[in-house]
Design a protein around this ligand. Sequence first.
Ligand code: HEM
Length: 185
Amino acid sequence: MNGKKLSCVLATVGGFALLASSFVAAADYTHEVKAQKMTFAWKVNGDKLEVKLVAETTGWLAVGFNPTDGMKGANYILGYVKEGKVTLTDDFGDNPVGHKTDEKLGGTEDVTLVGGTEQDGTTTIEFAIPLSSADANDGKIDVNAETVVLLAYGPADRDSFKTKHKFRTGLKVNLSTGASSEAGI
Ligand code: HEM
């Protein structure tokens, strides 16, 4: 699987502002990690984590936090852009190779859409999640500890959360400092 070959580059993008397609001013992101054709940028803002995901796909892209066994146990946010409209879902890994929406599992959708675009084969989504939500399945993110961050995206033009990843990888990230390394997942 090509996702296992990770080239991880850490960069700081302080003071970088973006305008989403809807002209909603997006967050400044303080840290960024690149894994092949996918980028995870973020900022810890009080009790929220502001996230920007970019991937070379016209299908879905996603981030997962702190799995316990394969895909199981992680809090996932997946999104895609279709005809200019962003669709996001807040899911939980209910088994090692799958996930369900938090709502289906009796929890709540805890994600705030900021924006998203699909342009020249690249999709960008921006959103915010609480570091500690009321939904037990979301888990708690300790920004000073090591967080396992899963990144994945689906094949082109498959705007469906049921399609398996074309790429996936895992990183260990200190969300506070931006330090990262391969998680070997
Ligand atoms: C969208 C629907 C998804 C489907 C149908 C799916 C399906 C699967 C399947 C069948 C496997 C086992 C085979 C393999 O290793 O490739 C797997 C593994 C994995 N997936 Fe997914 N996946 C989905 C989404 C995601 C997302 C959003 C992420 C992370 C952001 C993710 C991360 C992983 C990881 C890390 C593994 C390896 C687990 C291990 O340690 O064995 N998957 N997935």
